[in-house]
Design a protein around this ligand. Structure first.
Ligand SMILES: [Mg+2]
Length: 266
């Protein structure tokens, strides 16, 4: 079985301070910290929902190149500065249950909390501010506007605009501590980082993607991010050493009462 899944593995049991094992947690945004896909939401406001949603779905499932899908979506949407500010506020109204509490608790435990998204700065900044994530812990793409706030393109050279970009950012920005990072995300573009971080947690609370579920070290199926606290702070996790063949492991399979975990209460 995958050693990373087995917290009872001798290598882990020999570590004297497992609280310090991971010192940074990086979150994807769309369908991970929030219950919506931002560009899909914009599309509903602009009347081209069907085309944009299909492009998102294909790229998130790995059936279409992410960069190609992003270019097409932005051409269709031509989002204005006002659109992105509205999207940022809508993000704040659609934060995944448990996200704000788990982020606050991770910071209390001394963990760095980062956001990494292929989405765009005006909207992501507003969400990060709401969640108390510092500007220097935000990694996302840039969109350009003319003097009237009309769409004028986006940074197509940003690694976050292409497949493999999140892994590249992890290597470039957080290189010195790659293996101390926990990454949390829902899609195949997030899964790219798996070999570059200490632990990859798949989040299926909004959208379940089978390929992510298959390859994640842990997978959260419920619409709540609070189980992440038990995974990061893994002294409290009681995962069976053996998972029956064919059965995927969900933190909720063995932890129905995370609210009563030691160290959880704020
Ligand atoms: Mg996502």
């Amino acid at each position: 079985m995958n050693k990373e899944r087995d917290i009872h593995h001798p290598d882990r049991l020999m570590q004297p301070d497992r609280h310090a094992q991971y010192d940074a947690v990086v979150f994807d945004v769309d369908s991970t910290l929030v219950t919506i896909e931002g560009l899909d939401w914009l599309a509903t406001k602009k009347g081209n929902e069907h085309e944009v949603v299909e492009l998102t779905k294909k790229s998130m499932e790995g059936r279409m190149d992410f960069h190609e899908a992003m270019v097409k979506k932005m051409q269709l949407l031509a989002p204005t500065l006002e659109d992105f500010i509205r999207l940022g506020n809508v993000y704040c109204d659609h934060i995944v249950p448990g996200a704000a509490d788990v982020i606050a608790k991770l910071r209390d435990l001394g963990k760095e909390v980062w956001i990494m998204s292929g989405n765009f700065q005006p909207a992501v900044d507003i969400l990060a501010d709401k969640l108390g994530i510092a500007p220097d812990k935000i990694l996302c793409n840039q969109v350009f506007f003319d003097g009237q706030g009309n769409y004028a393109g986006f940074d197509t050279e940003n690694p976050l605009a292409r497949n493999g970009g999140k892994a590249e950012k992890i290597r470039d920005v957080m290189e010195q501590k790659e293996k101390n990072i926990v990454f949390v995300g829902d899609s195949i573009t997030d899964l790219d980082v798996k070999e570059h971080v200490g632990l990859f947690v798949g989040f299926g609370g909004v959208v379940q993607r089978e390929i992510v579920k298959q390859h994640a070290d842990y997978y959260i199926s419920e619409l709540n991010l609070m189980p992440l606290l038990a995974i990061v702070n893994n002294d409290n996790v009681q995962i069976p050493a053996k998972v029956p063949p064919g059965r995927k492991q969900s933190i909720f399979d063995t932890h129905s009462s995370w609210k009563s975990m030691p160290g959880f209460h704020r």
